[in-house]
Structures are given as structure tokens and as C-alpha cells.
Design a protein around this ligand. Structure first.
Ligand SMILES: [Zn+2]
Length: 147
């Protein structure tokens, strides 16, 4: 009982001990010595009572719907990763065809940090050209530097 109470203070935001059963009119004697928890269902938000402090869902239905939701979220995460990978490869194809790269593009192309590119440029190790306010790097100069 005391253990249950300690557990409850930790999880107070969603669980409170229900002692009404113990103060019942005698008809609830079967539950007189059991801790009954009044909780909020993690899935549907409805209040329910249960005998275990670890119960999260009000019903089997909510439990299985929550499971389905988790699986769906997982699938979406995988789809996001695949989408990002595809986007990166499209970007790389485009960079492959370009002759002039911005410092950011050059960094992406080489898989380097942008500040490293700027460091090479300011050290005079990587020639760059200015077009108006923009800085561009000739791709063949990247290979001369990194080899
Ligand atoms: Zn529920």
C-alpha cells in the first residue's frame, strides 16, 4: 500500500489513488484491501479505474488502437527517411552536373563542414570566384585541393 502511494506521487499527473471503494457501503468488500486506481486513458483520455498502477489504457480496444498508432508512426518515420535519402540523391545528381558550386553546395558535395570550406578558401588553399555578392567554387578546384 505504501509502495503504491510512493509510486503514485511520482505519476501523480495521470494517476490518483481511488479510495472510494474502501469507504464503500460493504458491497465492495472484495476490493476492500486492494488498491484501486483512477486513471486517465493514455489513448482516449477517458477516466477509468484499474487494479494495477501500470495500466495505461481503459480498454483492450484503446490498447490495440494505441498499438496500431505506434506502428503507423513507425511506418511514417521509415517513409520520411526514404524520402530524405531520395531527396539527397536527387540533390547529388544535380550537384554532379554543376560546374560552379557555392561554399554550402561544395561542403555538401564533399561531405564536409561548410566552415572547413571557408577555412580552405581564406587560407588560399581553395580558389574561389566572386560573382556580385556570391562566392562560387569551380568543381575541378575542389579535386585539386582534396587530392
Ligand atoms: Zn481509452
Amino acid at each position: 500500500m505504501r509502495g503504491h502511494l510512493r509510486d503514485l506521487t511520482r505519476k501523480q499527473h495521470y494517476a490518483t489513488l481511488c479510495n472510494t471503494m474502501q469507504q464503500g457501503n460493504g458491497r465492495n468488500n472484495a476490493y476492500a484491501n486492494a488498491a484501486v486506481y483512477r486513471k486517465i486513458c493514455v489513448f482516449c483520455g477517458k477516466e477509468f479505474t484499474c487494479l494495477k498502477s501500470s495500466t495505461l489504457y481503459c480498454s483492450h480496444r484503446c490498447s490495440s488502437l494505441a498499438y496500431k498508432q505506434r506502428k503507423k508512426d513507425e511506418r511514417h518515420r521509415v517513409a520520411d527517411v526514404l524520402f530524405q535519402e531520395n531527396r539527397n540523391s536527387v540533390l547529388m545528381d544535380r550537384l554532379e552536373k554543376m560546374e560552379l558550386l557555392s561554399p554550402s553546395m561544395a561542403a555538401l558535395y564533399l561531405g564536409m563542414n561548410r566552415t572547413t570550406i571557408y577555412r580552405y578558401m581564406s587560407a588560399g588553399a581553395l580558389p574561389s570566384i566572386r560573382i556580385g555578392n556570391s562566392t562560387r567554387i569551380r568543381k575541378r578546384h575542389l579535386w585539386n585541393t582534396s587530392r
